[in-house]
Design a protein around this ligand. Structure first.
Ligand code: 4AD
Ligand code: MG
Length: 429
């Protein structure tokens, strides 16, 4: 019977067959150890001379790191084996060899590893990171699907900019020019009027010509949008959502977080409600430690770190100046010059993981904003229609998956949080 390593627990005492790759192997006299990896786990397989086929014992010497093999043996509970079970191996079939596997236990530089990303993901740490990512994505979908949201995915080819024209990826759409989507938000505002509570979840693109630890060229974003929510409802939704995603991942991916040596004390405290501070309050905190910060401007990564260090939990900063936010942000009538925007800053210096807010719902104001931002009115006709036909109060946000994975896993760079990262200067493999 062919089984996966993750399921060995259900087959104690039985003879099973496992296909996989050689993670490690060593021989000492009458006993040979094989660490077998099949993607679902790693298990120790023990070949004893006399207990296994003689041919298996001989063929063992032909193995090398990442040879593809089939092991048949008896499942035993063994607390010292990774995963808690081992195979008392009887047979060995070598499916295929692997000569000079480039990733060895010695230290490799990040460029080398990124060039070998297609192989690097087989190693324990990378494997754990990507399993955490998969859990976070499942949690994101379950949260919204379980709360009456309808998934209404946005297109990737778009005629218009959402997040400013400086990071747009231009491409050809037959005879016209088009852009790759920076955000599905504008489309979610349309689907929110059709379905009430909606979200989209897909890849988004930013032509950011900078190499930072937090920026990818292609990243995944989940974007809920809710009819009749205001800025404060939006923050409430965001904190419930983040609590759910973090707590579920801590519970379901404890093993992976152990492999990553993540101290999860801080993550356990991620429970709603989260503190909320006004932009002005945040700037006062920043100025004390960074006197060169220009009030009215956007926060740099060190400024975000100053603010988040004051709190144990993630913290919302709201009411950013309208001048530094996108055209669609609603200006607060009670506070001219300030927008009904909110960013969520993760603790431990992980920075902004969510950006969002309440949208401008007044037709005339929106027309003025589109003009002020020098955007093409023609491309936004459909968007303006939403303010012409039953305009409504609404709000939403976007959470970046890779920054969330980096935070949960406690790693410094987003390049390891996605199977095949697209970075400035890197479009391979
Ligand atoms: O703050 P941003 O730009 O907001 C929007 O795009 C809104 N339209 C979302 C909305 O309201 N529906 O991006 C949202 C989040 C950021 O907080 C960050 O987590 C992530 O997307 N993000 C990036 N992640 C990796 N690489 C990049 N270049 C990113 N740019 C944004
Ligand atoms: Mg932002």
């Amino acid at each position: 019977m062919r089984v996966y390593i993750a399921d060995l627990k259900d087959h104690v005492g039985q003879t099973v067959t496992v296909d996989g790759w050689v993670y490690n192997h060593r021989s000492s006299g009458k006993i040979k150890f094989l660490l077998l990896r099949d993607g679902t786990g790693i298990s120790q397989c023990v070949y004893f001379r006399g207990e296994c086929e003689e041919k298996a014992f001989e063929d063992f010497e032909k193995l090398s790191q990442e040879s593809c093999v089939r092991v048949t043996g008896v499942v035993k509970a063994e607390p010292r084996s990774p995963g808690g079970f081992e195979l008392g191996a009887r047979e060995l079939v070598i499916h295929s060899g692997s000569v000079d596997y480039p990733i060895t236990p010695k230290e490799h530089g990040p460029d080398f590893l990124l060039n070998n990303r297609h192989l690097w993901m087989r190693s324990k740490r990378q494997h754990a990171l990507l399993r955490v990512r998969a859990e976070i994505i499942a949690a994101i979908r379950d949260f919204f699907d379980g709360r009456g949201f309808t998934l209404t995915d946005a297109p990737i080819f778009t005629p218009n900019a959402c997040e400013g024209t400086s990071t747009l990826f231009q491409t050809q759409y037959f005879d016209e020019k088009a852009f790759l989507s920076q955000s599905g938000q504008l489309y979610m505002e349309a689907t929110a009027a059709a379905f009430g509570k909606v979200y989209c979840f897909g890849p988004t693109f930013r032509a950011e010509k900078s190499k930072t630890r937090r920026h990818l060229i292609e990243f995944w974003m989940v974007e809920p949008e809710v009819a009749f929510n205001d800025l404060y409802d939006n923050m409430e939704l965001a904190e419930q959502f983040v609590e759910y995603v973090i707590q579920r991942t801590l519970k379901n991916k404890a093993e992976e977080l152990k492999v990553l040596e993540r101290n999860t004390d801080s993550l356990s405290k991620v429970k709603a409600p989260f503190p909320r501070i006004h932009y002005k309050e945040a700037t006062e905190m920043i100025l004390k430690e960074n006197p060169s910060f220009e009030v009215g401007g956007d926060f740099g990564a060190p400024d975000e770190a100053i603010v988040s260090a004051k709190f144990e939990k993630p913290v919302f900063v709201h009411h950013f100046p309208s001048a530094i936010k996108a055209f669609y942000m609603k200006e607060d009538e009670k506070e001219p010059g300030y927008s009904m925007s909110c960013d969520l800053l993760a603790p431990e210096g992980y920075g902004e993981v969510i950006g969002g807010g309440q949208r401008e719902d007044n037709y005339d104001v929106l027309v003025r904003k589109i003009e002020e931002h020098k955007l093409s009115m023609k491309d936004f006709e459909w968007y303006l229609d939403l303010r012409k036909y039953g305009t409504f109060k609404h709000a939403g946000f976007g959470l970046g998956v890779e920054r969330t994975v980096a935070w949960v896993c406690g790693i410094q760079h987003v390049r390891e949080t996605i199977p095949f990262p697209r970075l400035y200067g890197r479009n391979y493999p």
